[in-house]
Design a protein around this ligand. Sequence first.
Ligand code: PGA
Length: 252
Amino acid sequence: MRTKIVAGNWKMNNDKQETKVLIEQLQDSIENLSLENTRVLVAPTFVNLSSAVALANNSKIEVVAQNMHQAANGAFTGEISAAMLKSVGVHSVILGHSERRTFFGETDALLAEKVDTTLANNMEAIFCFGELLEDRKSGNHFNVVESQLKNGLFHLEAAAWKQIVLAYEPVWAIGTGETASPEQAQEMHAFIRKIIKDHYNQEVADAVSILYGGSVKPSNAEEIFSKADVDGGLIGGAALNATDFSAIIKAI
Ligand code: PGA
């Protein structure tokens, strides 16, 4: 059975105190849930990772990072390495979010390097990808998604996929209030699983968790999560509110 995951990407939100409050509220609201086969992740900003890890210790919440540099160390002002993340207890990182691709110029080739660094450090990569509105309108969305996956991940050996989580995030649905319909999400997730099967095998395709991201909220989570190939969500805006985020966790 595939692991289900609900991940909150906090982006550039929440200072130290707000981080504390949100984690505590979230802990209170999910404490009594039986989260069998389900992981709950939150991704605070770098400066609050350390305190978030301490707060989430012995709870149902795992703390992950929003980004990471591909090099081991060196003259990369403002960047954060895998070893630094691990040293504060973070073992999983979101890579290739569309905001990183769009605003910070992250390319497929760079992301392939970041994936390699993540795996070389025995960490987990939550690899994001998804098409732009113009790709969907022109009917090119399957091609775009296929090439992002091939260029970012298909150089990996099958065994390395144990450390990969996928997050399909149609860019037109991120932060816009627009959501892919559950059918559109399922269609793309099934396509993703098929190209993984074709390149690797059924076992790899069946084992990888594929999250949907893009305006998931309490009102639509249950329907999206009910789809066969949707194994959870990467949540932005709705993850900033403990009531909404825990409602989404309950939906899974
Ligand atoms: P959203 O963001 O839920 O606010 O649309 C999703 C994401 O960027 O991961």
